[in-house]
Every structure is written in structure tokens, then in C-alpha cells.
Design a protein around this ligand. Structure first.
Ligand code: ATP
Ligand code: MG
Length: 392
């Protein structure tokens, strides 16, 4: 065993709580992790007791750690040095790990925590911790033991083939493996919110397809490209993602010509819900998801959300409902959709909309207004949908 390798230890988060489904959950997580690691090609991927161990060359460790940390279902990670199963080798590895972790610091408090998945190894865990702690104190005069609130926890894991030594653990993305919770159809616009909503649904284990409502020539092809780019970003967590592009122009002009202007946005949204429900059901999706948020804009008052909701025949999930805008933006930056989302583009929802849209549209009024619209346009929109398959 050389020190030129590292092992990224992925500790499973909530997956570990999932009782009888655990096997299936871990299988998906492992598959998703392998996809995220495909550019690195790990040397080995082992699985044991609520963990996945990713063996990589040391030079790939940082990139691998990032990919593992971002895999939904992973609770915490550590980057460990593998070494032989001898106390001498463990001291050596611990000294290297501590030197790296304390670089630039004058003092640090620490403790050693040992696990022996291989219980035949002697001495026992307590004794290994004590011996490794002693060896570290001898080598580093800036270290002090603190078993209650140490700044540094030196982890030692002794398995049947090798030992692993690491400093600390980092929080990973958490959630559940994509694919273990069924399919959701995301209403994906080019804005900031809907990609973040998609990310949150994926984080709870849902696999996404998306639908985008496109209104050429009022909305340019750039807007559509932008949506596909955002979909590509979401595909990172799940593999291929299908985007249904719906031609929405005729429905919007029908509403412009035959309904009161102040109702337009809510009527657009109700049409979107009807079409998305039909597309979702034919795809086998269990729910729709949107980036809607309570109170952010006129169309998103509680009354209007109710009116919009009523048009859907699938449940509508709104993971951002209670977020403040700055929280959504922070998350958009973190998942790297923000820069794309803020590129200037036209938005079909602002077409033909007066300055003061209705903030409280009762369902009865919306239904009455819809009597003047052409329902065959919804069928036509569903029938002419174009599906794009994007990959990360
Ligand atoms: P976003 O940033 O996602 O556009 P927003 O805060 O701008 O959200 P709205 O434009 O009012 O809000 O849209 C609310 C939600 O409706 C969006 O989050 C999205 O899920 C859906 N939506 C709006 N326009 C479209 C569209 N052209 N295609 C698909 N979904 C859309
Ligand atoms: Mg928008």
C-alpha cells in the first residue's frame, strides 16, 4: 500500500434509516455516485455497514471528494489515508494527516477515535486510540488532548485488508438517492427559482423530467437554450433528463384576445397546469413541481395559488414555497445555476400582461373567463410537444 492513494469515506445519511428498502437505496446511491465519479474512474468502490469507500489516486482525491459530497444520500465524508494494518503504519499515516490538517496553526486540541470493523485486530480500539494519541503527542509539540471538545478528531478504522486514517468529517449534501422516490415533472422556466426547486426534489430522491412552455416568436430561441442549459445542470445528479418543450404561443394569444388582461398570468398558469398534468401522467410522474413561492409576485398570493392549483390533476409540489428570495439565490449559487438563470431573456409569463395583474382571482371567475377560450388549443399543445433529452 502506498501513500499515493486516498479513500473517500462516504457515510450514508438518512438512507441508513430506511429499514427494509435500504438495499435498494444503497444500490441507487452507489450507481449515482459512480456516475458522478465517471471522469475520475476510481480504483475501487467498496460498500460496508452504512458506508461507501471510494479508492482513488491521491491527486484525484479533491475532485472525488467533491463528487461524493454532492451525491444525494451522503451524510458526511472524510478523506482517509490507507495504510497497512500495523501500529507503526498507523502512526505514520496519522502524523501525515495531522500535519496536513494543522498546517499554518500554532496549536490544536485533538482526540483519536478508533473503530475496528475487524474485531480480530489487537490491541482493541481504546488501546489503539491511546497509542496513536501518544505517538502524535511525541511528534507534535503544538498538540494537546481534549476528549470533550477537540478541534481535531483523528479517525482510525481498522478493516480486514488495511487501516484508514483521517482527520475530521465534512458535511455532505444529505437527502435521499435520486430515483428512490419516483418521478416528478418539473415546470422549468429560465428563472432563478424553478431549477432550485428541481434540485430540492432530486435531493428528496425524485427523478425529474421537465416541461418548458415556449412562446415563439415573442420569446427567442435563446430563452429555450437557457432552459436546456439549466436542465443539463440538473442532469448531473441523475443522468439523462427529458425536457418537453410545449408550444404555448397560441394559448397565450387566445387569452390575450379573449380574457381580461389582469387575469392573464393566472390563466397562463392554469393552462400550464392542465398541460403539465397530462404530460406528467403520460410519463408516469407522481407529481408536478414548480418554483412558486408564497407572496413573491402577484400571481403567487395564496388565493392565486389556490386558483392555479385547482387546474392541476397531479399534486403540485412547491419546495420553495416558504423560502425567502435570498435563501433561494444562495442555493442557486451553490448549485451553479444562478449565473445561467440571470442571463437576460424573455419570459412568456410577462407577455401581454398589464401593470396591475389581479392579486386575488377567485376560481369561479377564472372558470368563467375560460368559457371564452378555445379548449382544443390545450390538446394541440400536448400533441405537438417536442421532447429534448439532455445529459450533463
Ligand atoms: P422562476 O424563477 O422559476 O421563473 P419565478 O419566481 O420567476 O420563478 P414565475 O415566473 O411566476 O416565478 O413562475 C412560477 C413558476 O411557474 C416557475 O417557478 C415555474 O415552475 C413555472 N413556470 C413559469 N413560467 C414557465 C415556463 N415558461 N415554462 C415552464 N414553467 C414555467
Ligand atoms: Mg419566472
Amino acid at each position: 500500500m502506498t501513500n499515493e492513494q486516498r479513500v473517500v469515506i462516504a457515510r450514508l445519511g438518512e438512507v441508513f434509516l430506511k429499514g427494509r428498502n435500504r438495499g435498494e437505496f444503497v444500490r441507487r446511491l452507489r450507481e449515482n455516485m459512480q456516475r458522478a465519479l465517471r471522469d475520475i474512474s476510481p480504483l475501487r468502490l467498496d460498500r460496508a455497514q452504512g458506508r461507501i469507500y471510494v479508492h482513488v489516486e491521491a491527486e484525484d482525491a479533491e475532485r472525488a471528494a467533491r463528487a461524493v459530497r454532492d451525491t444525494f444520500g451522503v451524510g458526511t465524508i472524510s478523506v482517509a489515508r490507507p495504510c497497512e494494518r500495523s501500529l507503526e503504519a498507523i502512526y505514520e499515516a496519522a502524523a501525515l494527516a495531522v500535519a496536513e490538517a494543522t498546517r499554518g496553526r500554532t496549536h490544536a486540541t485533538f482526540k483519536v477515535q478508533t473503530k475496528r470493523p475487524d474485531k480480530t485486530f489487537t490491541p482493541d480500539s481504546m488501546e489503539v486510540s491511546r497509542l496513536v494519541g501518544g505517538a502524535l503527542l511525541e511528534r507534535f509539540d503544538n498538540l494537546r488532548v481534549d476528549v470533550k471538545t477537540p478541534e481535531l478528531v483523528v479517525g482510525v478504522e481498522i478493516g480486514t485488508e488495511h487501516a484508514l486514517v483521517f482527520c475530521g468529517r465534512e458535511q455532505a449534501v444529505g437527502g435521499l438517492p435520486v430515483g428512490c422516490e419516483g418521478d416528478v415533472l418539473l415546470l422549468l422556466s429560465g428563472g432563478i427559482d424553478s431549477p432550485v426547486a428541481g434540485h430540492l426534489m432530486q435531493r428528496r430522491g425524485c427523478r425529474l423530467a421537465a416541461v418548458y412552455f415556449h412562446s415563439p416568436p415573442y420569446v427567442s430561441e435563446h430563452a429555450r437554450d437557457k432552459v436546456l442549459q439549466l436542465a443539463r445542470r440538473l442532469a448531473r445528479a441523475q443522468g439523462p433528463l427529458e425536457v418537453d418543450v410545449v408550444r404555448f404561443t397560441d394559448i397565450q394569444t387566445d387569452i390575450r384576445d379573449n380574457a381580461r388582461g389582469d387575469m392573464a398570468v393566472v390563466l397562463y398558469r392554469r393552462a400550464m397546469m392542465r398541460i403539465a398534468s397530462r404530460l406528467g401522467i403520460s410519463r408516469g410522474a407522481q407529481a408536478l413541481a414548480t418554483g412558486e413561492n408564497l407572496g413573491q409576485v402577484a400571481s403567487q398570493t395564496l388565493t392565486n395559488l389556490r386558483c392555479i392549483n385547482e387546474a392541476a390533476t397531479l399534486p403540485v409540489l412547491r419546495p420553495l414555497l416558504a423560502y425567502d428570495k435570498h435563501e433561494t439565490i444562495a442555493l442557486a449559487r451553490r448549485i451553479e445555476t444562478f449565473e445561467t438563470s440571470i442571463l437576460p431573456h424573455e419570459d412568456c409569463c410577462s407577455l401581454f400582461v398589464p401593470k396591475h395583474p389581479a392579486t386575488r382571482l377567485p376560481i369561479e371567475l377564472a372558470e368563467k373567463a375560460e368559457l371564452g377560450l378555445d379548449p382544443s388549443l390545450l390538446d394541440a399543445a400536448v400533441e405537438t410537444v417536442e421532447t429534448e433529452r439532455v445529459v450533463a
